[in-house]
Write a protein that binds this ligand. Structure first.
Ligand code: G3P
Length: 215
């Protein structure tokens, strides 16, 4: 499973990019609004930092509007991906954008049928919102596993992005369930680095090294 970072914060993107752990970025209107700068300028900066795909959401609700926005987003940089909400108008827009060779990320996917529809419309990525489903007591990991099975059985090329990730355990579970990508917040990525036995092990090695290096 590949890892993207789910953020619009350029510092977080630079840090994780320098660690070599991420190969893409997903943003959404909420994440962009938190940064308080011009969103298109931020997208431009982000697309410059990472080589991989950068998802940026079209906010129009009609297909014509989404396609118009999608063309503008795609023109920001070659690695831009147009995020499109899962609606009937969104599906129409995904179809038209994919015919134009513009990559799309169908977002706000909550079940197998929505994922299948988005993939059939031509989405490059389908984003299943794990945390928001778990918040409601739904087996989001089971749904992810089913989507992967449906895609594999039907030779569907769209990649599954596990989004709305709340903790490190969900990252592991999504990897086991067959998500192609997890888009993970910075806090969770940093928590994935750590283990108490790693910290204790480093301390012990340092302590012992001091003894021998003084000889
Ligand atoms: O970018 C979509 C998704 O990751 C949002 O997550 O935490 O708002 O459910 P969250």
């Amino acid at each position: 499973m590949k890892l993207f970072i789910d953020t619009a914060n350029t510092e977080e993107i630079v840090i994780t990019e320098n660690m070599g752990i991420i190969c893409g970025v997903t943003t959404n209107p909420t994440l962009l609004s938190r940064e308080g700068h011009n969103p298109r300028e931020m997208a431009c900066k982000i697309a410059d930092i990472v080589n991989g795909p950068v998802s940026y959401e079209a906010v129009s609700t009609d297909a014509d509007g989404i396609v118009r926005e999608g063309k503008e987003i795609a023109a920001i940089a070659t690695n831009m991906v147009v995020k499109v909400a899962m609606t009937s108008e969104g599906l129409k827009a995904i179809k038209r954008l994919s015919e134009l060779g513009i990559k799309t990320n169908a977002t706000l996917i909550f079940n197998e049928n929505q994922a299948l529809l988005a993939a059939r419309a031509g989405a490059t990525y389908v984003s299943i919102f794990i945390g928001r489903l778990v918040d409601r007591g739904v087996d989001a990991i089971g749904i992810t596993r089913n989507i992967r099975m449906i895609f594999d059985t039907n030779d569907i090329e769209a990649e599954i992005i596990a989004a709305s990730i709340r903790n490190t355990e969900q990252v592991t579970q999504c990897a086991l369930a067959g998500a192609h990508i997890a888009t993970v917040p910075y806090r969770v990525l940093t928590e994935m680095v750590e283990h108490p036995l790693t910290t204790a092990g480093i301390e012990k090695f340092m302590e012992d090294w001091k003894k021998v290096s003084e000889k």
